[in-house]
Design a protein around this ligand. Structure first.
Ligand code: F6R
Length: 611
């Protein structure tokens, strides 16, 4: 949520900052700004709107500065207007900061600063911090000390970079709760809120820890705690390349990522499936193997799409390992005074690894003594670092705000986990082998689904793009897919959509059904198939329009449906991995048909790092 970029080195900073902001724009896109030293002071440009708006304003400029900071915003405090955009400055206009996170005690700090005669031009908490740092700088004459002192008095979260016209060879970055990654090049450093802004310049990076800061000059970078205790940075190599963060010929990141799923699913399983033995190897869980063997209950905690993945995981693990599983919204878990036993395992699922509620749930569970694991995409992210052990999903950067490939990769890892836990308990090698072998065939089936359903879903989207509402129904392991299909539809097309277990329909939602209501029914041939057919009869009797996701060759379901989207046969338990893909495509084509900005849906941003 919000993107930060900072640069110090030998290149012209402005084009690099704008390029970094374009890469980070998926993190927030309601306003953008930059600051660079210029003519003994600071040149600052910021405006509401996208990075393209800002770039158009700066196009003709050829500023010589070789350092600077930039920001792309998703508004929390203060509406998205020019004066609330970052960077924010102190009272002298000579110190500028970009900031992600929330300064929770901003009102108290602001009141004190107002008493001391300082004024404010924005409605943001960030400006309060900038003015506070400036006031301390006036007092101490030492920028680093001013930043450290300010940060030790701040409550809340921050990832930030500070720049001063008095120090054209110094950037100060700091973090508490909001990620900061620093790319190390040859005589240059790039600071960013995520590695997508860095990878085209260098692959060598390190992450700041909470309450750590970096004091960066062209000659080197020192890291320390905000209490001034030196720390040592651990350099890592970024694993993805530039291609993964470009559209590669697709009109939108979301579509590209939908099409990446055969590859990303394979990557999630790579080296982990032991087909001959009918087992699974999860290196990241080796250190907690004994706890997993002894566990009497698993509690998944997550938000949004990751929460839907957890619901599928619940079915799978209960079925294959006969281990009780609970699934909790992270935002509820953290505040509900959860009852945890020493042999409970809490597993946080998060694509970004930075979602504030999920991270808070991890901390709550750890405080209560549970073993806490992570299923995470972003390597080195906060949840990956704060959990006791975990499994990466290896989906590569997900730029589209609507999560797609991360979801199917989470499913891949959850099925691996179900097999792993199952084999520790009662699941026979023969049964596990059958599932593992089918799992290995899923990538080609995903490709088949993409090849055969894209055109079909585009045509259906064209017919229903004017709809006011959509209903999504599924049963058993496909109920969470109904929820996920509905979420995808509402977040990018702004059509109201609800997901329900199919049998729940008659307990209320059936009242909504008439000839204007498209109802997406997921009805693969499984043990609940006949029951879902009955639900379809009920919809048909009320003249609802049925869009049915069916197993290829199923004539009975096809007869009841208005439109049929076939998916290939697979084991009933694995159908969610295939059935979700046409729903992603349906949401995508509907949004395109309605002229929505698919990769930047209104009011949303990738990675919700605020409560
Ligand atoms: C929906 C979507 C969100 C995220 C949610 C959790 O398409 O992307 O619902 O799934 O914000 O994010 P992570 O998985 O990063 O914790």
């Amino acid at each position: 949520m919000c993107g930060i970029v900072g640069y110090i080195g030998h290149r012209r900073a402005l084009p690099l900052l704008l390029n970094g902001l374009r890469r980070l724009e998926y993190r927030g896109y309601d306003s953008a700004g930059i600051a660079v030293p210029h003519g003994g002071g600071l040149f600052i440009a910021k405006r509401a709107g996208t990075v393209a708006h800002l770039a158009a304003m700066l196009e003709h400029l050829n500023l010589p500065a070789t350092m600077g900071i930039g920001h792309t915003r998703w508004a929390t405090h203060g509406e998205p207007i020019d004066r609330n955009a970052h960077p924010h400055t102190d009272a002298t206009g000579r110190i500028a900061i970009v900031h992600n996170g929330i300064i929770e005690n901003h009102a108290i700090l602001k009141a004190k600063l107002l008493e001391d005669g300082y004024g404010f031009v924005s409605d943001t908490d960030t400006e309060v911090l900038a003015v506070f740092i400036g006031a301390l700088y006036q007092q101490y004459g030492d920028l680093e000390l001013a930043v450290r002192t300010a940060l030790s008095e701040v409550e809340g979260t921050f990832g930030l970079v500070v720049l001063s016209a008095d120090h054209p060879d110094l950037l100060i970055a700091a973090r508490r709760g909001s990620p900061i990654v620093i790319g190390v090049g040859d005589g240059e450093y790039i600071v960013a809120s995520d590695a997508t802004a860095i990878v085209e310049y260098t692959r060598s990076v390190f992450y700041l820890s909470d309450d750590e800061m970096a004091v960066i000059t062209r000659a080197g970078c020192q890291t320390k705690t905000i209490e001034d205790i030196p720390t040592s940075a651990q350099l890592l190599e970024l694993e993805f390349d530039l291609e993964r963060i470009e559209k590669g010929g697709f009109p939108h990141f979301m579509l590209k990522e939908i099409y990446e799923q055969p590859t990303t699913f394979r990557d999630a399983c790579r080296g982990r499936l032991l087909l001959q033995e009918g087992n699974v190897k999860l290196g990241g869980l080796r250190s907690v193997e004994e706890q997993l063997r002894q566990a009497r209950r698993l509690i998944f905690t997550a938000c949004g799409t990751s929460w839907h993945a957890a619901l599928v995981g619940e079915y799978w693990i209960e079925q294959l390992a006969r281990l009780p599983v609970e699934v909790e919204y992270a935002s509820e878990f953290r505040y509900r005074n959860p009852v945890l036993y020493p042999d409970d395992i809490v597993i946080a699922i998060s694509q970004s690894g930075e979602t504030a509620d999920t991270l808070a749930a991890v901390r709550e569970a750890k405080l209560r003594g549970a073993t806490v694991l992570g299923i995470v995409n972003v390597v080195g992210s906060s949840i990956a670092r704060e959990t006791d052990a975990g499994v990466y999903i290896h989906a590569g950067p997900e730029i589209g705000v609507a999560s797609t490939k991360a979801f199917t990769s989470q499913l891949a890892v959850l099925m691996l986990l179900a097999l792993y836990l199952g084999r520790m308990r009662h699941l026979s090698p023969t049964d596990a082998r059958e599932i593992a072998q089918e799992l290995a065939r899923i990538p080609e089936k995903l490709q088949y689904v993409l090849d055969t359903t894209a055109e079909l879903t585009r045509e259906i989207a064209h017919l229903y793009a004017h709809a006011q509402n959509f209903l999504y129904l599924g049963r058993g392991v496909n109920f969470p897919i109904a929820l996920e299909g509905a979420l995808k539809m509402k977040e990018i097309s702004y059509i109201h959509a609800e997901g329900y277990p199919a049998a729940e329909m008659k307990h209320g939602p059936i009242a909504l059904i008439d000839e204007n209501m498209p109802v997406v029914v997921i009805v693969p041939r499984d043990e609940l198939y006949e029951k879902v057919l009955s639900n379809m009869e009920e919809i048909r009797a009320r003249r609802g329009k049925i869009i049915a996701i069916v197993t290829e060759g199923d004539v009975a379901a096809a007869r009841l449906a208005t439109h049929v989207i076939p998916i290939p046969e697979t084991l009933p338990l694995l159908t969610p991995i295939l059935s979700v893909v046409p729903l992603q495509l349906l949401a995508y084509y509907t949004a395109v048909e309605r002229g929505c900005n698919v990769d930047m849906p209104r009011n949303l941003a990738k990675s919700v790092t605020v409560e």
